[in-house]
Structure formats: structure tokens, C-alpha cells
Design a protein around this ligand. Structure first.
Ligand SMILES: [Zn+2]
Length: 314
């Protein structure tokens, strides 16, 4: 039976419970090896939810996870989902210089393509951490062979925020040409735009708000862009000793995510990011945000001690 409801985008950022960004009390790369891995069980449960709903979507996978769990990547691809990159090291872009980001993007793409057997064209930055000051990253993505990005937030964001007149999918004019952008979904609240459809916002806001906001997007001709993490359906995950506000944002509503996903999957139509872009190429063609002026700004040189190492050869 054909479904003529407006299609929305639901994506999964595949990372583990300890892949938290930029916080005191969180873990760093050096700690990861010794921690309990819960990503496989949680991702398999999510695969079950999508399978039950008959939805195929996009999984943006952290390269470090893919290297340790190659069969998980193969299972996601075999179930018909699109594989995208969520970077190799899961660091905010502000920790990268041009060379380290190029190495990270190339290594994660190659690894995910080898495991999935299909081309990886999409990238999502950890924490959506692309601000106008990091627009140079789009050209690095294009050089590495990516054709779309799904990192921007046209509103408030803890690690990013990129003011834009486009609230739905659009195109970016970069030095190297055009690439597509699937920004996170936001609602206007108290004079500014805040995300509602992913992470802590999805867990915190009641389902009635998710439903109303998604309907509003669809009436405006835009898809919602929901992002979930496997750990968000895992109420039993180990707790880190985080500062109070981060602790709240990281752990609030863990028990509610699975039922919200089920309700969203039931009440709306969903597809992956690449599939949405392919189906709506003509619509987004006139919506072009020129980022060349921002991109021309030299990236600030991060503290060399913070720059992630090149991932080992894939
Ligand atoms: Zn992430």
C-alpha cells in the first residue's frame, strides 16, 4: 500500500554510552578500551523497532565503533539502511585542524564502505558541532567524497549553531561546489529556535509536543529530522559523574525514548536522509546557503595536544 503522508527523516547516531563530548567527569579516548560496550545490544534493539515499523533509515556510525564491531555495521547495511559517517573519533570539530579532520573523514568513510559494501555519502559531526567559524569543514568533506552533511542546527545548540534562513533541507555553496544539508529540526520558542527532535530534547519534551511540532513542520513543507542514539533506550547504562546540568541532559527521560520512537514511527512516515534528498532534489535546488565567506576564514589552530591522531590504516 502506498503511503502518501509527508515523509520525515529519522536517523541514528551509532556511538556508545561513554562517547560524551567536552565535559568534566566524562571519558576520553584513552579510557574507551576498558569500558563496557553496550552499543551492539542497544543498536540491535533499535534495528528491531525499525524492522517492525517497516522503516529504512540512516545510521551515522562512529568509526571507532565500526572497527570494533564490524558485524554490527554489516547487519545494519544488510537490513537495508543507509550508512553514514559520524566521524572516526567522535570529537567536536573545534578539536580538529584541517589535516586531522581530513584523515578522520577519509578513514571513517573507507572503513564503513568496506564493511557495508556501499558508498558512504553523508556525514554528521559529533554534537552537530559546526558553527560559521567551522565552515571550512564543508570543503574538507567534499574533498573526502561526501555529498551531504547533516550537522547544522539553525538555532540554539550546545556545541554548534549555524544561523540560516533555511529550516529544512537545503544546499550549501562551498568553494568546491554544492553539497546538500539536512539540518536538525527546531521549533520557535521564546523568540529563538531550539531543537525538539533529538537527544535530550526528544527525551525531555512530551510526545504531544513532538507530534504537534512534526505536524507543523510537515504543514510548512519540511520534514522533521529526528536523531536518536542507541544508549537512549538503555535505562541500565552506567552513570558517569557529570556536573548537574549535563547529568540532567544526558540521562533525563531514558525510559521514554523507546515508546516515543514507537509512537513517531506509527504516527508519521519516515525515510533516511539520502533517500529524502534524492526524492526532493528539485524542491531544494533553489534553497542555497552560501558558506564560502565563512569557509575562507582560516581555522583557528587548536591546542596540538587536543588534536585527534590519524586513525590507524583501515
Ligand atoms: Zn554523537
Amino acid at each position: 500500500m502506498s503511503d502518501d503522508r509527508f515523509p520525515n527523516i529519522m536517523t541514528v547516531d551509532v556511538e556508545d554510552w561513554f562517547h560524551i563530548l567536552e565535559v568534566e567527569g566524562g571519558y576520553t579516548r584513552a579510557d574507551w578500551e576498558g569500558l563496557e560496550e553496550r552499543v551492539v545490544g542497544n543498536t540491535d534493539r533499535m534495528l528491531g523497532l525499525f524492522d517492525e515499523a517497516g522503516v529504512r533509515t540512516t545510521f551515522f556510525i562512529v568509526g571507532w565503533v565500526a572497527r570494533r564491531q564490524p558485524d554490527l555495521v554489516r547487519r545494519i547495511a544488510a537490513a537495508g539502511h543507509e550508512i553514514g559517517s559520524h566521524s572516526y573519533w567522535h570529537e567536536v570539530l573545534g578539536r580538529h585542524d584541517r589535516a586531522s579532520l581530513a584523515a578522520d573523514l577519509a578513514a571513517s568513510k573507507q572503513l564503513l564502505e568496506d564493511l557495508s559494501g556501499s558508498e558512504v555519502t553523508g556525514f554528521r559531526a559529533p554534537g552537530g558541532s559546526i558553527t560559521p567559524g567551522q565552515a571550512w569543514a564543508f570543503d574538507v568533506m567534499m574533498e573526502a567524497g561526501y555529498r551531504y552533511d547533516s550537522s547544522l542546527c539553525p538555532g540554539y545548540s550546545s556545541h554548534g549553531g549555524f544561523p540560516s534562513p533555511y529550516l529544512g533541507p537545503h544546499r550549501l555553496r562551498c568553494e568546491r561546489g554544492l553539497m546538500d544539508e539536512v539540518p536538525s529540526a527546531t521549533i520557535g520558542l521564546g523568540g529563538r529556535r531550539i531543537p525538539y527532535a533529538g537527544g535530550g530534547y526528544l527525551r525531555l519534551f512530551p510526545y504531544a509536543l513532538q507530534k504537534a511540532a512534526t505536524r507543523l513542520e510537515n504543514r510548512s513543507g519540511r520534514p522533521s529530522n529526528v536523531y536518536v542514539h542507541p544508549r537512549e533506550i538503555d535505562a541500565g547504562q552506567p552513570r558517569m559523574d557529570l556536573p548537574a546540568l549535563r547529568r540532567f541532559k544526558y540521562y533525563v527521560g531514558l525510559e521514554s525514548t523507546e515508546s516515543k520512537m514507537r509512537s513517531l514511527l506509527r504516527d508519521f512516515r519516515w525515510m533516511g536522509a539520502r533517500a529524502w534528498l534524492d526524492a526532493h532534489a528539485a524542491e531544494i535546488e533553489p534553497c542555497v546557503l552560501d558558506v564560502r565567506e565563512h569557509a575562507a576564514t582560516q581555522p583557528p589552530q587548536p591546542d596540538p595536544a587536543l588534536v585527534p591522531p590519524a586513525p590507524e590504516a583501515a
